[in-house]
Write a new protein. Structure first.
Length: 250
């Protein structure tokens, strides 16, 4: 046996390897800042086991502790495991989004689904959106997230935590099933105070003209009560601009 030959695995080692890989996968899926307690709950691992695996992965530089010591992120050696950054929209697409902003009184945000999660690629500077990590980790609570979930064969394979973020957050799987069925039927997702109590939004899908693949989402955001009262013309404008964006993003 040479110095490069792998050592034989004991009976327990394969399970430990799978658990370590699961922890890495959870950090990728949850995003920077995920805590040991959250990882333990998501993977149904004992907390002691989770802490041991995290310490090992930090020591090997696959993970790093964030400066505030409240969570973890991918480390130097996990660079290849990190999702690819969503491409920036072309200038023509930004112009379409900016045109819509000039027609409505609410925030307008463009999101890409190229990474398999909600990634904002054009944020309204006058209406700062919710933190990217929250949008990515809890798609059930945002309109853009519901557009993504409604397009999945089984949304349960995408979402990891039906967490209640506000009193309005839908955390019942059956109720979410009904919401996503409505999104599929109408092509319009909505939420009123589910992600933040002071913010609601409407979102429509943007699909590739070539193969109808979901590539992006366009959203209007504002106070929940005003978004809930949005008239048909506002929704029509949202759809029209999504159609104009499709050939530019698809």
């Amino acid at each position: 046996m040479t110095g490069l030959d792998p050592l034989p695995l004991s009976g327990r080692q394969p399970r430990a390897v799978r658990s370590a890989l699961a922890v890495l996968e959870e950090v990728v899926a949850a995003g920077p800042g995920v805590t040991a307690k959250e990882i333990s709950a998501a993977l149904k691992l004992p907390q002691a086991t989770t802490y041991r695996l995290l310490n090992l992965l930090v020591g090997e530089e696959y993970l790093v502790r964030l400066p505030d010591l409240r969570g973890f992120a991918l480390g130097r050696r996990s660079a290849r495991l990190a999702p690819h950054a969503a491409p920036a929209p072309p200038t023509a697409a930004r112009a379409v989004v900016e045109h819509l902003r000039g027609l409505v009184r609410w925030g307008v945000h463009l999101a890409s689904y190229a990474t398999g999660q909600v990634t904002l690629v054009d944020r309204d500077p006058d209406h700062p959106p919710t933190e990217d990590a929250l949008l990515a980790r809890y798609p059930h609570a945002s309109a853009l997230g519901k557009v993504l979930l409604a397009d999945q064969p089984d949304w349960r394979g995408v979402i990891r935590d039906l967490r209640r973020l506000t009193e309005q957050t839908v955390v019942d799987a059956t109720a979410l099933d009904r919401q996503l069925a409505t999104v599929t039927t109408t092509g319009l997702a909505q939420q009123f105070g589910e992600l933040r109590p002071d913010r609601g939004c409407l979102a429509v899908p943007i699909r590739s003209p070539a193969d109808d693949t979901l590539v992006a989402g366009l959203a209007l955001a504002g106070p929940p009560n005003r978004i809930a009262e949005a008239d048909g013309r506002v929704v029509e404008l949202l759809r029209e601009h999504a159609e104009r964006l499709a050939p530019l993003l698809g």
